[in-house]
Design a protein around this ligand. Structure first.
Ligand code: ZN
Length: 136
């Protein structure tokens, strides 16, 4: 599989409006519009920086994965996402290697990307996202 770059860092926050101020006002990053991914019970906002982005994740429901993450570990980095050339190929290779996956098949992420998560137990406690999207 070919990893192209770190695509984004996913950061769990209690509220995008409040947490976003650090990224926009202190660090001077632009904020791209927010998007709600209903299936994930999450609203996301992206802050582009070079070839990568910061993704803030806010739960829309108390039982969503982001809410659970914050409950257990507090706000902070929740996942790291790598852009891959071909996500189906990457998942097939990982399966062949016996790597534990959360998503056996790609699903739809924010911005029309195809995404899949590797289980943190297979990655030293880090939730790793693979994503494939058309370059802007
Ligand atoms: Zn992400």
């Amino acid at each position: 599989m070919k990893l192209l770059r770190i695509d984004h860092l996913g950061i769990a926050v209690n509220g995008i409006d409040e947490a976003g101020q650090f990224w926009t006002q202190v660090l001077g990053l632009p904020m791209e519009g927010t998007e709600t991914v209903t299936e994930q019970k999450t609203t996301t906002a992206f802050f582009p920086v070079g070839e990568s982005e910061v993704e803030l994740l806010q739960s829309t429901q108390p039982d969503g994965p982001v809410a659970k993450f914050i409950e257990n570990r507090g706000p902070g980095i929740q996942h790291v996402a790598f852009a891959v050339e071909n996500i189906e190929e990457a998942l097939a290779e990982l399966k062949e290697k016996g790597v534990r996956l959360i998503d056996e098949k790609p699903r739809a992420g924010a911005g029309g990307a195809k995404i899949a998560f590797i289980h943190p137990k297979a990655a030293g406690g880090v939730l790793v996202e693979l994503c494939q999207k058309d370059l802007k």
